[in-house]
Design a protein around this ligand. Structure first.
Ligand code: GRF
Length: 204
């Protein structure tokens, strides 16, 4: 049973997809809480409606980034979890937080990293003219979308694509990939040597 805390700043479609994978029995886990820096995040509304503890930590009430992360770490430690799942969480996490937490922190990004990190990945991919973009699930380090890559799904870029169309097709793959990676984590199949992440096949 994988105990997850989801950090999210936005609409929360990845959060919903993870909860649905749990409900379908594809992921043996539990979302212990959803924490957001945004009071009006759709992710918090979904959590409240679903009976999942929903916590807003207001950055304005914290003493800078470090103060915020100390509050976040305190909340996370009180709730208890095996991993943190970043799903559209728009703040960078510092090394004090990452080391203080000491357990896996995962993120999903809407591009094939290391291409197009940052907050406008689908637009950047489209403007660059790549023929494939996609999504990446990776461990979180101090950098912006720079942590070791766990899994990726390519998505073809079509001549007819605008940003919304490409983002929607990538998002559909994000929902599948994140739940799959979390099920590997729940099964203890993910190992890591430096930047290289290995997935043990389920036949072993
Ligand atoms: C997703 O595209 C994710 O890859 C990125 O932020 C977006 C979050 O979407 N990090 P949602 O809130 O899960 O719908």
């Amino acid at each position: 049973m994988l105990n997850m805390i989801v950090l999210a700043s936005g609409r929360g479609s990845n959060l919903v997809a993870i909860q649905e994978a749990i409900d379908r029995g594809e992921l043996t886990g539990q979302i212990r809480a959803v924490i957001s820096n945004k009071k009006d995040a759709g992710a918090l509304a979904f959590a409240s409606e679903s009976g999942i503890p929903a916590l807003w930590i207001n950055p304005k009430e914290a003493d800078g980034r470090q103060g915020y992360e100390r509050r976040l770490l305190g909340a996370v430690e009180e709730i208890g979890s095996d991993c943190l799942v970043l799903a559209g969480y728009m703040l960078l996490l510092g090394s004090e937080f990452i080391q203080g937490y000491g357990k896996p922190i995962l993120n999903i990004h809407p591009a094939l990293l290391p291409a197009f990190p940052g907050g406008s990945a689908q637009k950047d991919a489209l403007e660059y003219g790549v023929k494939y973009s996609g999504c990446t699930v990776h461990f979180v380090d101090e950098g912006m979308d720079t942590g070791p890559i766990i899994a990726q799904t390519p998505v073809p870029v079509l001549d007819s694509d605008d940003e919304a169309a490409l983002a929607a097709r990538i998002l559909a793959e994000e929902h599948k990939l994140y739940a799959k990676v979390l099920s590997w984590l729940a099964q203890g199949r993910i190992s890591r040597q430096g930047r290289k992440v290995m997935i043990r096949s389920d036949e072993q």
